[in-house]
Design a protein around this ligand. Structure first.
Ligand code: SF4
Ligand code: SF4
Length: 181
């Protein structure tokens, strides 16, 4: 078993420090009577603000994964762990140094619309994955609820159920089988 890319993220480039957690929620608004942007536009059609606002702040894509060795040319199975990237704030579930994250976590992956189809490691609750699969956002998504807290209240975020890689020890002691990963 070998470690895969540990730190994919769909949060997109930010101009200032950690993303959504502490910041007031300001979803791109639709004119009265118009469907919200995620129901009107494809992922490719969204502008940067819309794309970034899709990230629900769950923190699941900041968890380490392990992958079995390839066999017969087939990619090895991916195993999820409850071990978070060293930069993840375990309370807010946000990156603690988003603008400079690549200085510390060079393999932190940035999501693009064209990349979603191949990003099989995205959790089943991830907004990018849901929309790519033709599904809608759930009630707890901040764009739907209007609150950045519902992701935590609904138990969808990683708050309270992960450990930092700074303390975790061997990753293979931390494999989890959560239905929402
Ligand atoms: S560097 Fe930040 S965004 Fe990237 S995986 Fe780590 S905590 Fe997540
Ligand atoms: S898994 Fe969660 S934090 Fe990561 S990109 Fe998807 S919605 Fe955002």
């Amino acid at each position: 078993m070998s470690e895969t890319s540990s730190a994919p993220t769909g949060r997109g480039p930010k101009s200032s420090a950690p993303p959504e957690a502490a910041a007031p929620l300001t979803p791109p608004s639709a004119p009265s009577g118009e469907l919200p942007f995620w129901k009107r536009k494809s992922l490719e059609e969204m502008d940067r603000d819309e794309w970034e606002s899709l990230c629900d702040g769950c923190g699941k894509c900041c968890l380490h994964k392990l992958q079995d060795e390839d066999e017969d040319g087939e990619p090895g199975e991916i195993h999820n762990t409850n071990v978070a990237c060293r930069l993840l704030d375990l309370g807010s579930c946000q990156c603690s140094d988003y603008p400079n994250r690549w200085d510390f976590v060079p393999d932190c992956v940035q999501l693009f619309p064209q990349f979603i189809e191949t990003a099989v490691w995205l959790p089943t609750t991830c907004a990018y994955r849901l929309l790519h699969e033709g599904k809608d956002l759930a009630w707890w998504h901040p764009l739907v609820s209007g609150s950045a807290e519902t992701i935590h209240e609904a138990g969808i975020s990683v708050r309270g159920r992960v450990i930092s890689e700074r303390k975790a020890g061997p990753l293979d002691h931390h494999i989890v089988d959560w239905p929402d990963l």
